[in-house]
Design a protein around this ligand. Sequence first.
Ligand SMILES: *Cc1c(COP(=O)(O)O)cnc(C)c1O
Length: 388
Amino acid sequence: MATPLPKPAPHPSRLSKADQARLRDFYARIRRDASTMAGYPSAMDYDYSELKDLLDYSLNNVGDPFVDSTSKVDSREFEREALEFWARLMRAPEDDWWGYITNGGTEGNLYGLYLARERYPKGIVYFSQDTHYSVTKNLHFLNLRNIMIRSQPNGELDYDDLRETLKVNRDAPPIIFANIGTTMTEAKDDLGKINEILDELAIPNRYIHSDAAMCGGFAPFLEPRPRFDFADGADSIAISGHKFIGSPMPCGIVLARKSHVNRIASAIAYIGNLDTTITGSRNGHTPVIMWHAVRALGEDGLRERARASLALADYTEQAFRRAGVDAWRNPDAITVVFPAVSDSLQRKWQLATAKGISHVILMPHITRDHIEAIVADVAAELRENEQP
Ligand SMILES: *Cc1c(COP(=O)(O)O)cnc(C)c1O
């Protein structure tokens, strides 16, 4: 390799003393608020300091991760290695997968639905009531016909409603949008049951997208393994990188059968690097973060974090119940659900609350100390409300 030319001197502008002080205050505020975040799924047990020097450069992975570009200040080689790791865990067909590091689960879901629409332009998307709020917007972008299916009380798709609805729409190919961990109760739709219904109704043309934003990072380690991946019939899968895996910047992983991606790539292959992704310029730092996570943790590290989160979820559920709070969780979920708490407790512990329920999510940075404090607060509030 040739000796690099020196990095050009940065422009001479500097922050004022006041602005520097403002940043220090901001850092202190973030540190405080991060220590009480118990209701949103961002793991914060990471140390990416080995990557700090990369902030000196403008990494841009514009275009396809598997095609080299004339612009070389990129991290495509790390992106490909991170993708290979997750493709293997998602049991992607050896020679028929493709993917890229996205800006998050929402982009991965948009991408999956985009591929589905190109495969079945006249298809109908089926998704449950408990699906993430961004999906309606994605469907609007893509102008796809869609039908909302009822959810069961635990947040999982109501398979009987799916069957009945499919029956009356047999003329249009179904595009199933499956939740692998719903936002509020972490319910997982079962691709095995969905495929059984489609087989039973003799509907061979189908597309299944798994929204594994929430659980994709640890679902492969659950026993029994939930049915959600390529071997279970998924055509595409979206995972959030900043949730269970952990990243200081939002990011995600989208994987799809390559045959679906080829359909969109061929139409626009005239540009130098294939325009197979949604955005043009793409973050070049997050692929290195995802690479760091898989190299530093590996399968064993991720499995161990999943085990610890599940054990703490079990502990949390029991602790709430012992304190008289009517808490519950779905099988193998790291989300513990309980009756909605007051605005002030929602703010204190950043507890997501909707439709009469609040939840804590036992991401790997949450400790027993957090749980004991939260359980005490929620139980105290409950007793107060029960006073005549
Ligand atoms: C978080 C989440 C999303 C959105 O993912 P982002 O990474 O926030 O864009 C979509 N679906 C589910 C089920 C989620 O939990």
